[in-house]
Design a protein around this ligand. Structure first.
Ligand code: NA7
Length: 546
């Protein structure tokens, strides 16, 4: 093995997760290396350069909570952070904490194999280089393996085709005839941003969406002062909430109030904006009670009818299925217009793919089943991701006895203990792994990073650096996840990536912990406090190891 190729910890991914994990492990004295296949830091925010890309979490809780001076001083201009700002923020954190010297870019993990004789992971990375580490921590992101639909004639299209998650920098769209396939979080953002820039925009929509305005606006000095005076309470609230989105979640049931009050609450939350707020800040049972859910759907359909002037476009844009996908919200275009308002433009149209599915791509554009050729210069795939496990199963990760992670998940679907560890894969930790919490992502990353760093610190102290979840613990945790999701209406939404149902051939099963952030933090704290229950003994051997 080449000199310098052995580390205490190798962290894969230089996004929100990898950056904080590096800092946490470096600060306890471990030798660490971060590798990333990208050319620089940023993770999701390195790749997603598509027009309109933004976080749909409010800016003040889309950042790290642990650097007080930085929280007080780092600027944010608007209520929602846009891709360039998130990227600049992550670059700033890396420089501020002198982390770059531990990072290597353009370096992908191609395979990882546990060696039970050395108790180390052997990694092969780009260029067939061999690296080794006691601990491997993956911060691969939930959503990074792109999903390209298998459309006949894909290669025949003569124009440009781009997936939103692999967007070329500064692609000019002005004056072009653009098509967008997909109207999830990403599609809604792209459409809102480019409607007024392109010559024509054809939106190919399979399921219409319940999108709510974000409520984006400029950050005023008063708002910033409020945040600066309340960082402790803000982040305490985040960890004690369900969604970790920083707003007050509703404690009342839809059935607790009468029709007028219901309308007032829906309207109030629509005006405040944010998709998660609309789902969890209105009533506490929108995601679990069919009647409450239907009322929310009817309210949003009413808004679409009010906003979209052409009744035929409005008809196509109105969803009638259950409101039980990841809640969406749309930002503002540079002129302040929002998603549904785009369809009042003469140059923006929607094609309902349930009525007229795509038959094939042709050199000039997209041919739908009604025989119509939608002529295009550029086709944008906002078609989402092979979410959650997609990043893991494409890499050969082999644990004990050569077992691959792919095979370990073959029957059960992607699973874990605490969203972090998999039995038979010692010293491997997944940040935002399967069955992690369904919340705002940066706070979820933080609690996982801190749990991993503390477990490793304990194992190092005990000189017993072998951290491995038991099968029993994984089964128990999975059963808890199932129980927590049992009443959720999310099961009823078709083609939902949350259950892996957006990709043909993927196993339809639960991929998240639906108990909320507070309960999730409670599980991690309880595990650590009781001597890392659910793991084969390591920290508990502290005394005997000495
Ligand atoms: P999503 O939420 O998975 O949305 C993908 C969209 O692409 C959605 O509208 C899909 O329609 C559509 N899609 C996917 N495959 C096809 C085919 N074959 N034909 C037509 N339309 C298709 O991905 P996003 O990138 O928007 O968001 C992912 C997450 O990233 C988001 O939740 C945030 O957390 C950030 P469907 O609705 O399935 O009918």
């Amino acid at each position: 093995m080449a000199d310098g190729a052995a580390f205490d910890a190798i962290i894969v991914g230089a996004g929100f997760a990898g950056i904080y994990q590096l800092k946490a492990l470096r600060d306890i004295g471990l030798s660490c290396l971060v590798i990333d296949q990208a050319g620089d830091v940023g993770g999701t925010w390195y790749w997603n350069l598509y027009p309109g890309a933004m976080s749909d979490t409010e800016s003040y809780v889309y950042r790290y909570s642990w650097d007080r001076d930085d929280l007080l001083s780092y600027p944010f201009k608007e209520r929602y952070v846009k891709q360039p700002e998130v990227l600049a923020y992550l670059e700033h954190v890396v420089e501020r904490h002198d982390l770059r010297k531990h990072m290597r870019f353009n370096t992908a993990m191609l395979s990882a194999r546990w060696d039970n004789s050395t108790h180390r992971w052997d990694l092969t990375v780009t260029g067939d280089e061999q690296l080794s580490a006691k601990y491997v921590i993956t911060g691969l992101g939930l959503l990074s393996k792109q999903n390209y639909p298998d459309i006949p004639g894909l290669d025949s299209f003569a124009g440009e085709m781009h997936h939103t998650a692999k967007w070329p920098k500064n692609l000019p769209l002005e004056g072009k005839r653009a098509g967008v396939i997909g109207c999830g979080s990403t599609g809604v953002q792209v459409i809102t941003d480019i409607g007024r820039k392109v010559k024509s925009l054809t939106c190919f929509q399979r399921h219409p969406q319940y999108s709510v305005p974000s409520g984006d606006k400029k950050v005023t000095p008063e708002y910033r002062r409020w945040a600066n005076e309340n960082w402790d309470q803000i982040f305490a609230h985040v960890r004690n909430s369900i969604t970790a989105f920083g707003f007050k979640e509703s404690e009342i049931s839809f059935h607790d109030v009468g029709p007028e009050e219901r309308d007032r609450i829906f309207e109030d939350n629509w005006q405040k904006g944010n998709g998660f707020r609309f789902m969890f800040g209105t009533f506490n049972d929108i995601a679990t009670d069919a009647e409450a859910n239907k009322a929310a759907c009817a309210f949003i359909r009413g808004k679409i009818d009010q906003i979209v002037k052409d009744p035929e476009k409005a008809r196509k844009l109105k969803p009638y299925d259950v409101y039980a996908r990841r809640p969406l919200c749309d930002g503002n275009a540079s002129n302040g217009e929002k998603y549904f308002e785009q369809f009042n433009r003469d140059n923006v149209d929607v094609v309902d793919l349930k009525e007229t599915p795509i038959e094939r791509l042709e050199p000039q554009g997209v041919r739908t089943s009604d025989g119509k050729l939608h002529e295009l210069d550029v086709l944008i795939f906002a078609t989402g991701f092979d979410a959650v496990e997609g990043n893991y199963t494409r890499i050969a990760i082999h644990g004990r006895n050569g077992l691959s992670l792919k095979d370990a998940w073959e029957e059960s679907g992607p699973t874990s203990y605490l969203g972090i560890c998999v039995p038979d894969f010692p010293n491997l930790f997944m940040i935002t792994g399967p069955k992690g919490p369904f919340t705002n992502i940066p706070p979820a990353i933080e609690v996982q990073v801190e749990f991993i760093a503390e477990a490793i610190a304990q194992a190092e102290k005990a000189r017993a650096p072998l951290i491995e979840a038991t099968h029993e613990a994984e089964r128990g945790y999975s059963a808890l996840c199932e129980q927590l999701a049992a009443n959720s209406l999310f099961w009823k939404a078709e083609d939902n990536w949350i259950f892996g149902a957006n990709i043909p051939g993927k196993k339809r099963c639960l991929r998240f912990f639906f108990g909320g952030m507070q309960a999730y933090c409670g599980k991690l704290a309880e595990c650590a406090k009781n001597g890392y229950t659910g793991f084969k003994p390591f920290a508990r051997d502290l005394t005997s190891a000495r």
